[in-house]
Design a protein around this ligand. Sequence first.
Ligand code: GDD
Ligand code: MN
Length: 388
Amino acid sequence: MNDTSSYRTASVHARDGVAARPRELCPPELCIVVPVLNEAGNIARLVDRLDAVLDGIAWEVMFVDDDSTDGTRAAVAAIGARDKRVRLLHRIGRRGLASAFIEGAQASLAPTIAAMDGDLQHDEAVLPRMFAVLRDEGYELAIGSRYVGGGGVGDWDRRRAGMSNFATRLSRIVLRAPVTDPMSGFFMIRRDTFERAVRNLSAMGFKILLDILASLPTPPRLVELPYEFRNRTAGESKLDAGVLRDFVMLIADKLVGHIVPVRFLLFAGVGALGIAGHLVVLRLCLTPLALDFPTAQAIATACAIVGNFVLNNIFTFRENRLRGWGFVRGLLTFTAICSVGAVGNVGVAAFLFGPAVHSTWWLAGLAGAVMSLVWNYAVSSVITWRRT
Ligand code: GDD
Ligand code: MN
């Protein structure tokens, strides 16, 4: 790769009496943001390919690394030492493709931003077309689509294809523009368009394009360009069970996030499951096991607390999931917090039901329960699952 070749061919005009500037002072016109997590084996090849296809465009590439452990940063640094177009944003204690893209875009000044995977699955040959349609044809957003004529998904198995299909349908609920491939992680956007969406972004999980499309106050002028999703040759996919949960969270956040935090809804849903579980265990302890009521109720309560803790640890606070000793410590703090919540619950309900207010039994009961729910959520999210 030869260091500044692209800058030499970049268009630098003397405009409105402003003298042409030395080319090495010219900022990039295009920033390709590439979120990477353990992609050491793909970095050099990706930069070579960008260099090959982006001739004539002043570009830079921003690798956003979430503390990879496989030498990804060293691979970026090795190239960046010879080529200032190659940049790195290293995040610690953070995760997520969507937030990585947002922060990478914000760390650049380029007026055009592209999102691209770091594993060579996106076809870089489409980038010059994307750039051209934004610059010359008045489009604000160019999307690499697997579902328009000429595009494709490579050799995905039926399960993966089915999941993608299902997610695409579900996403229609929040979409404000007709797009065949809203789940694409490969697109290019004008910075001013991105800026119109950036304050409304949910920044959850993998689906940054969907997030942008659902966050723009008005539909952007967009075009979809076909590409064939390639197979991975080095490194591993980071897609896991959490991606589905993140996706549902994103959709829910777009629908009701402005009214109530989605994480709180999840916490409340887990709580409702806990009540159901409590009743089942209570019944089993009473009838088949023939325990006395206080013992049965104590066992059911313990099961409900442990069950809630485990589910919240897996779903509600997935990003801060506790393991090992952290898990044990978390269970203890969670139990303590819920106990205080229960005392408060009874106190509030008794006060409302009592002579001072004279509320009906169910309203008093509900108020107590909601109070403890809010308490449990607020306190456990800062103590039990606090961000490290
Ligand atoms: N910084 C950072 N943080 N990068 C991440 C993270 C993260 O938490 N998770 C994944 N990445 C990087 C990977 O290193 C890779 O460069 C890129 O994001 C995509 O991750 P993959 O694990 O390869 O995802 P995929 O191939 O299953 O999904 C891709 O295709 C989907 C279309 O079906 C992604 O591009 C999705 O955005 C896209 O929707
Ligand atoms: Mn991939």
